[in-house]
Design a protein around this ligand. Structure first.
Ligand code: PMP
Length: 972
């Protein structure tokens, strides 16, 4: 019998509705209990009375062992009591944590105690440790789920339990809720409250009536509530683990077991009934509920609340002045009211969506919700570009469900196309219900037919109208239809499949687009509303919100952590040279040099996933992927002398390691780096990073071992023109000589083989070979930072050093090497790498791991098999020509730098003074975003558009970019 909360000792007289008797609890003192325990069970201990509504319970403590002595209420039959004992033993055997009966001196669990000619039925149970959950105010989702699971496990294990004494007439059996309420409702003295109970119980019974004959009946505990569930502390939370009090054990509806548990949870979820429904999924995992049971659940929760309040009020009337009874009844009112906060339809829809088993009232059968959004795994591998993909996915789903439903409010990636300068209409303002052609369409609620065409109808709805299309109506204008009436049949649109489109339109609106552009959401969503509740489905919330993401990110990230754009789009997918926003907008990605083989390349995805499922460990073990990748790198290296590979996780690490190798190998510290360079963020890589954009005081605060040399920028540097190499080399020569005079000959000279951070500027011809010669004359090593420019990006060369005809001692590789997977490498000569052993061992936990190697090998395979270097040459040359033509018409383009798919478009206000057009460059980037192009600025002056797209860029995409840039520069 459910009661909230229970004080230690109760003196209640319980009225039994069916027998009309007062069930007096047996009168037994603790002293007598001690005698009973010792004489009948051989347990000598002290007795302390525990709470119970109908029995009399004593805790018997005997030398550290604890037992519960129960003197049962005389109203219970012998059979009922034996059934309880048998159920406890049955459940304990199945691993459910319940008290177990202890055998008395004669071997039987049930004993009789003779007193004054009376025989009391007594038994001893093992004592379950733990505190009742009723003592806790709030239940989090973890506890709610655990309660559902516990209730489900008891129901599951009792399914095959049988015993005499289970067919009982209990006030709490929800099969007779109607009669109990009818008889006791008179005890509710307040007329409004009485009406409330009568109305709610009436509605609930009506709903229940539709399915009650089909509900499963079995043995149930019947009272798995916060009072009768004990919790144990696990990681600081009281988690429900044990069930006590089998006094209501009887036959009943299986689903009533869950309804009772949920009803009790309602007092612990702060007025949010949906939070209590988390228990349903946990229960359903133990015992799968039928469709009828799902329909019955919420009506039963309401009826349980109604039974509790009428019984409680009745009890209060019987025991006038008993404050405890009144207080307890307040709790019952509270949970009853909470159950009314959720309508039956709403609750059923929510439960069904929780369990992934929605139904739709327009079409018979089960429904599976489709995901056509940007993050849908079914749209991977470029499947979203197939114009038939919605039908194909729907057809797959229809093999296992009757209806495949694409929800209202979803931004459909399937409706988006690449290289479009305006937003596609991705936002669905309709539900699309795919189903077998010929399926009967049913009327979802009582309605009048407003209009009919060959393939659509409009029906009345509250404050709006429902528009259905994609079917052949069988009704006429003015027909008054009742829920469930036939409306027509779905017609075929693809092989055997049709699509019923459902829109709900506010009164007085004629236009109702099924899809609108994301920027129109605010205008249209209030007009064309979600019909889900009208047709029996649960609305599907859009999980994406760029504003929230920006806010979350800002809260957690430091301001120094860079971000693109003033109002950034939320990017959730990549494919080839495209990035896709959460609203389905497709952007052409012209800056992601890391994604060299294209975003989310299926071959790399498969290689990484496959290796991850097989083995991922560190390079101190022996496995083939390590040598596979290293050999491929050596074979591709710009010179046969570069025969040794060290694998790391990033460009920064590669640079740091390269610097260390040079210093250890030469035994010197000084390193010469170029001005305006970026090499990484670690202490070592940052020391040689001289870019004033990345660090405004870079030149002033270099560590003493860094020597900064002039940047050989033939466009706007100290010396200008294609033939300026010699002049830069003269300067470098004298700088190195001066260093030598100071006894500071360099360990190394480091630079990018194309000036990346300066804007993709090609070094003047002869510079790199000349510089290497000078450095080597002073005994230094030459480090080529190929993190950005290597790996085929230049199209005509695999490595940047090859463009300059120079051979370095060490090269650093990253970015493209992993295509976004963290991967970097140093490639050098054996003797240089060997020097490291003077400083001890070298090891990087994930560097060169099997998965890293698989990721890197997949990239090399794709570059080779898809001819991506050749594509970079072809599309890069094409792009260069088109950009040069653009420069003829737009004086703001000062120069086009670079080669292949590594270009820089430098914007200047004056072609003579070369005044950087910094503000204009930022504005161009922002406007290009609106036109569907991702572009960013680079260089010290932030006036160069960095063109370094994935190497799979198509000519069509190159055209789209140039056309968009043309439009922007023309003021469009
Ligand atoms: N070197 C160069 C030339 C780079 O452009 C970068 C990254 N922009 C790095 C090194 C550092 O690479 P990572 O970001 O992988 O650490």
């Amino acid at each position: 019998m459910a009661r909230l909360p229970r004080p230690e000792v109760l003196a209640l007289t319980v009225f039994d509705f069916f027998s009309g008797q007062e069930l007096a609890r047996p009168q037994v003192t603790p002293a007598e209990a001690e005698v009973i325990a010792s004489e009948l069970f051989g347990i000598a201990g002290t007795a302390r009375e525990m709470g119970s509504n109908q029995d009399r319970n004593f805790l018997i403590e005997d030398d550290g062992s604890r037992y519960l002595l129960k003197v049962d209420n005389s109203a219970f039959s012998e059979q009922e009591l034996l059934a309880q004992d048998a159920a406890l033993a049955h459940l304990a055997e199945r691993g459910v944590r319940v008290p177990v009966p202890v055998a008395g001196g004669d071997g039987r669990t049930r004993q009789r105690w003779e007193r004054d000619g009376d025989a009391l039925s007594v038994r001893v149970l093992s004592y379950l440790d733990g505190a009742p959950l009723a003592g806790m105010r709030e239940f989090g989702p973890e506890i709610v789920a655990a309660l559902g699971a516990l209730s489900g496990s008891v129901a599951r294990e009792l399914a095959d339990f049988s015993s005499d004494g289970l067919d009982r007439k209990l006030q709490w059996d929800l099969r007779s809720a109607d009669r109990v309420i009818e008889r006791l409702i008179g005890s509710v003295t307040d007329a409004d409250q009485r009406d409330l109970v009568a109305e709610a119980a009436g509605d609930a019974s009506q709903r229940l009536g539709l399915v009650r004959d089909r509900l499963r009946v079995q043995a149930i505990h019947g009272d798995i509530t916060d009072d009768n569930v004990l919790g144990e502390q696990r990681d600081g939370t009281l988690l429900p683990t044990g069930v006590i009090d089998f006094g209501d054990l009887a036959h009943g509806w299986l689903v009533a077991e869950l309804a009772v548990t949920i009803s009790s949870i309602l007092n612990h979820v702060d007025g949010d009934p949906r939070a209590a429904l988390v228990a349903v999924s946990a229960f359903d995992r133990m015992v799968q509920l039928t469709d009828d049971e799902l329909a019955a659940l919420w009506p039963l929760v309401v009826l349980r609340g109604a039974v509790l309040v009428v019984s409680g009020e009745h009890q209060v009337a019987l025991e006038e002045g008993n404050d405890y009874a009144a207080e307890r009844t307040d709790h019952e009112w509270q949970l009853f009211r909470a159950s009314l906060d959720l309508g039956f339809d709403e609750a059923e829809r929510f439960i069904r969506s929780l369990l992934g088993r929605p139904v739709c009232r327009l079409l018979a059968g089960d429904v599976e919700i489709l995901d056509f959004s940007v993050a849908s795994p079914q749209l991977n591998d470029g499947r979203w570009l197939d114009p038939e993909v919605e039908w194909k996915i729907a057809r797959d789903v229809l093999a296992r469900a009757s209806v495949a439903a694409a929800p209202y409010g979803q931004y459909r990636l399937t409706r988006s196309t690449p290289n479009s300068s305006s937003e596609a209409s991705t936002l669905a303002l309709a539900w699309d219900l795919f189903t077998s052609a010929g399926a009967e369409v049913l009327v979802p609620y009582d309605a009048e037919v407003l209009t009919v065409t060959a393939d659509s109808v409009r029906l009345t709805a509250e404050g709006s109208e429902l528009r259905l299309s994609g079917f052949t109506p069988s009704v006429a204008v003015g027909d008054q239809l009742a829920v469930g009436d036939a409306l027509g049949t779905v017609h075929q649109q693809r092989d055997g499949v049709g699509r019923l489109r459902v829109r709900q339109v506010a009164d007085g609106q004629s236009k109702a687009p099924a899809f609108v552009a994301p920027s129109e959401a605010g205008d249209w969503m209030p007009v064309v509303t979600d019909p889900a509740p009208s047709i029996g489905l649960e609305p599907v919330p859009n999980p994406f919100d760029a504003d929230t993401e920006l806010e979350r990110r800002s809260r957690i990230f430091a301001s120094a952590q860079e971000r693109y754009y003033l109002k950034p789009p939320q990017i959730e997918r990549g494919w080839k040279e495209f990035l896709v926003g959460a609203d389905g907008r497709v952007y052409l990605d012209m800056v992601n040099n890391v994604a060299a083989i294209g975003h989310s390349h299926p071959r790399q995805v498969a290689a990484v996933a496959g290796q991850l499922a097989l083995l991922n460990t560190n390079s101190r073990f022996l496995y083939r992927a390590l040598a596979d990748l290293s050999e491929r790198l050596v074979a591709l290296a710009p010179d046969p002398s570069l025969d040794t590979v060290m694998l790391v996780n990033s460009g920064t690490e590669a640079v740091d390691l390269a610097l260390r190798l040079a210093q250890v190998h030469t035994g010197r510290r000084p390193v010469v780096a170029l001005r305006e360079a970026y090499h990484g963020w670690s202490m070592g890589a940052d020391a040689v990073t001289t870019s004033a954009y990345d660090n405004p005081t870079a030149l002033a605060n270099r560590p003493d071992w860094v020597e900064v040399a002039d940047v050989p920028n033939p466009y706007r540097g100290t010396h200008r023109g294609a033939d300026s190499a010699e002049r830069y080399l003269d300067d470098l020569r004298s700088q190195l000589d001066n260093l030598a005079e100071d006894g500071r000959d360099p360990a190394a000279f480091i630079c990018e083989s194309v000036l990346g951070n300066a804007g993709g500027i090609l070094l003047p011809d002869g510079y790199l070979a000349g510089a290497y010669e000078e450095v080597r004359r002073h005994g230094g090593l030459c480090i080529a930072d190929e993190v950005q420019v290597g790996y085929g990006r230049l199209g005509h060369h695999l490595w940047g050093v090859q463009q300059q005809g120079a051979v370095p001692d060490i090269i650093t590789v990253a970015k493209a090497m992993g295509n976004g997977y963290p991967l970097g490498a140093v490639i050098t000569r054996k003797e240089i790498a060997e020097s490291l052993s003077r400083e001890g061992n070298f090891f990087s936990s994930a560097g060169g791991s099997p998965v890293s190697c698989a990721a890197g090998l997949a990239v090399l395979d794709v570059i080779r098999d898809e001819g991506l270097q050749a594509n970079a040459a072809d599309v890069g040359d094409y792009l260069l020509v088109r950009l040069q033509k653009l420069a003829d018409r737009h004086p703001v383009i000062g120069a086009i730098h670079g080669m292949g798919l590594y270009l820089g478009i430098e914007l200047v206000r004056d072609r003579e003074t070369l005044e950087p057009a910094t503000v204009e460059t930022e504005a161009v980037c922002e406007r290009l975003l609106e036109l569907g192009v991702i572009m960013q600025a680079t260089s010290e002056r932030q006036n160069v558009l960095k063109v370094k797209p994935p190497l799979c860029l198509s000519r069509a995409s190159a055209d789209f970019f140039v056309d968009a840039l043309d439009q922007v520069l023309s003021g469009g």
